[in-house]
Design a protein around this ligand. Structure first.
Ligand code: HEM
Length: 678
């Protein structure tokens, strides 16, 4: 009897806990919403004089979603652009549960909030940090204050123009691989996803939409290709190789690699934040409800498992890079290489890329693969680092290391580790091992999908603007010819010389970043009361008088509408919504005065200040390289009748209307150019 009672209590306990949790959840939600929409909105609101965004909606939807429902239902920046034209560049709106937010696209205000004097006083909002912490742990993107300042100081030098220039040949190798892959898809020998299939094979009893497009009227060899899918794989290969000397080989092998699978799981978790997840994150801010972050949902369990895997890999990747650097230092100090136990570390050392080293690494041959003759992706067991001799280790901490730093290059991670060993750093300024191990994941999560998405939108804009595509192709072809004639040491093995030396390419990439930026927004939270200055006075909500600054009480959130800044007709003029690369041709003369204060000048896609995108030069180089390889081999056209709708999933993605079940993608008609070698 006693046992049966105990058993039934134990069985009922989870049910009881779930019930209590659900009720707490509902009550907390209701109270927060009711407060925000009454006392919060009408009594304590510091922004009553600022025009408010409005939309039609039921009381229930307003209580739940505020104005966020209509923002989410619209394309990225679409609703914001509408409100800007109605209300101006500064207005207020309600986020979920009626939480007040201020929207500011005024350039002076943006530069102030994100600038050196204020950036750390306006950290990412708490829900954003909770979300980032859960998915990627502590890394440059998610940390704040002194911790961030310290990490940024060590990581930034890896991304200087000179450092990125040395990585262009690595990017070119993957650009050439992408062209070969797309060439094979067009031949019909490789399916859109993977494997060998005939061009007309039906899948699951139905013709995939890409195969149903009539291509008879197109010249030469042609196919419908999802350029986002392939750009994603290429970007993963690029960041693995250039970022931390890891060969994903995902263009060839997809997610077969364990780390690549873990990364994809994390990315899916990042991109797909459902309502339950959003509500849980918001509620978990309430004291006493923090446990909500640890509910073992399917999503959370996937994240925990993927993070465990990527953490394991990161340990090995960092240890190997450290050992390689120790070997370099030992060699520079005249210690024989025999001080190292394995020859693998020497094979995988990356010096300033030469054609020999590129050849060695070409065809996805990871250093590890040299031993096995197999070009499959590197496995974590292969990453067991060689141990440097004790003498080499002692050299690593001496000033002699500075010489090594100036003569050797390597992946971004190698550069970070070298910067972390600089003799002039105090011990408390150096990154800990744990922090170094966060670097590969940070590069992966920040630098893969962003570049891929941006590349796919740039190709789409090329397809929509065939005259621009032709003009750009001509510029790239001419540079290619010139490069072949002259050659150039630093760019040996590359299609072109310096991709940043091509003026029209620069304009096309910048214009795509303005019009279709991959990361459409970010949110900040004030840690102290402040007053944000504006570049001009704006009309008060009652139409009487104006305001030229915005009070921001501690704890309040500010929305930075990155995409809307690019679309703001007040800033860019009436043609803001059009793709016009030539507007960048003579920046000093042609850019509107209103956008010149923005970094670049005129480009806000990477925001500004100490929290701006540390990888922006890397991203722009990569996009230019991939674009050059694509345009010298293929022509890109839109598929007639296939309209796209955009979806903000952290990055801006596209779905084909009526084909939503195939997920986010960017299908284009791709035809091989006669001159193509792919
Ligand atoms: C077109 C591609 C890219 C775009 C549009 C982009 C945009 C951005 C933006 C807007 C931020 C600021 C986010 C915020 O503070 O809320 C950011 C931060 C960051 N990005 Fe990028 N990014 C791109 C590519 C890359 C690449 C290729 C890398 C690395 C290889 C990278 C690494 C980072 C890192 C580490 C941060 C955090 C910086 C910090 O807080 O100090 N990004 N990016």
């Amino acid at each position: 009897m006693g046992l049966a009672f105990l058993a039934s209590v134990l069985l009922l306990m989870p049910l009881g806990i779930a019930l209590v949790a659900a009720v707490t959840f509902g009550v907390a939600l209701f109270l927060q919403s009711a407060y925000n929409l009454t006392i919060g909105e009408y009594i304590v609101n510091p922004w009553k004089h600022i025009p408010a965004a409005t939309h039609e909606g039921s009381v229930l939807s307003t209580m739940l979603m505020g104005d966020f429902g209509i923002i989410k239902a619209s394309e990225p920046a679409e609703q914001h652009a509408r409100w800007i034209s109605e209300l101006g560049s500064v207005f207020r709106y309600r986020h979920m549960f009626g939480k007040p937010r201020i929207f500011i696209s005024d350039p002076k205000a943006l530069l102030y909030i994100h600038g050196p004097g204020r950036a750390y006083k306006y950290p990412k909002s708490t829900p954003t940090r909770v979300f980032l912490d859960a998915v990627m742990g502590e890394g440059l993107i998610s940390i704040e204050g002194d911790k961030h300042r310290r990490q940024r100081r060590i990581i930034s030098p890896a991304f200087t123009n000179a450092a990125v220039k040395e990585l262009q040949p690595v990017m070119e190798k993957h650009g050439a691989n992408l062209a070969t892959k797309i060439g094979k898809i067009i031949d019909g020998s490789v399916d859109r996803r993977k494997g060998l299939v005939s061009k007309t094979k039906l899948q699951d009893g139905e013709t995939p939409p890409d195969l149903a497009v009539h291509l008879h009227s197109y010249k030469g060899q042609v196919a419908v290709v999802d350029v986002l899918f392939w750009a994603s794989r290429t970007a993963l290969d690029v960041i693995g190789d250039a970022g931390f000397n890891y060969q994903f080989n995902s263009l060839e092998h997809g997610n077969e690699d364990e780390l690549s699978e873990a990364y994809n799981n994390l990315m899916t978790a990042c991109m797909d934040v459902d309502l339950f997840q959003a509500v849980t994150i918001l509620l978990s801010e309430i004291p006493g409800l923090n446990w909500m972050r640890n509910i073992p949902t399917h999503r959370n369990k996937t994240i925990w498992s993927a993070r465990a895997t990527s953490g394991r890999y990161a340990k090995s990747i960092v240890a190997r890079a450290k050992a390689e650097i120790a070997a370099e230092a030992a060699a520079a100090a005249g210690i024989p290489a025999g001080g190292l136990k394995s020859r693998r570390s020497q094979a995988s050392l990356r010096t300033t890329p030469s054609s020999a080293s590129l050849r060695q690494r070409a065809g996805h041959a990871a250093s590890v693969a040299d031993d096995s003759g197999d070009d499959k992706a590197t496995n974590v067991d292969d990453l067991n680092p060689p141990q440097p001799s004790s003498r080499a280790q002692s050299v690593l901490t001496k000033d002699a290391f500075d010489d090594v730093q100036t003569t050797k290059s390597g992946s971004l991670l190698h550069r970070v580790i070298r910067a972390n060993l600089a003799a002039d750093l105090r011990p408390n300024e150096r990154l800990t091992d744990e922090e170094l191990e966060g670097v590969p994941s940070t590069f992966l999560l920040a630098g893969s999908e962003t570049s891929a998405t941006q590349t796919s939108w740039t190709l789409r804009l090329m397809a929509e603007n065939l005259d621009v595509q032709e003009r750009l192709r001509a510029e790239i072809m001419a540079a290619k010819k010139q490069h072949a004639l002259e050659g150039n040491g630093a760019y040996e093995g590359c299609l072109l010389g310096d991709v940043h030396a091509l003026p029209y390419l620069e304009c096309c990439v910048k214009e795509a970043l303005r019009l279709m930026t991959a990361l459409p927004s970010t949110v900040r939270e004030a840690t102290e009361d402040d007053v944000v200055p504006l570049s001009k006075p704006y009309r008060n909500s009652n139409g009487k008088g104006t305001f030229d600054s915005v009070p921001i009480p501690k704890g309040h959130e500010l929305f930075t509408p990155i995409a809307a800044v690019g679309l703001d007709t007040e800033l860019w003029g009436p043609d803001a919504g059009e793709y016009k690369p030539e507007r960048w041709m003579n920046e000093a003369k042609d850019l509107p005065a209103s956008v010149k204060p923005l970094p670049g000048p005129g480009l806000y896609s990477f925001i500004s200040g100490p929290r701006n995108c540390v990888g922006q030069r890397f991203a722009q180089t990569e996009i230019k390289v991939l674009l050059s390889h694509m345009l010298t081999n293929f022509k890109f056209e839109v598929v007639p009748g296939w309209e796209l709708k955009q979806r903000q999933m952290i990055a801006r993605r596209a779905l084909v209307i009526g084909q939503e079940k195939y997920g986010t993608r960017m299908p284009l008609i791709v035809s091989r150019l006669e001159s193509s070698s792919a």
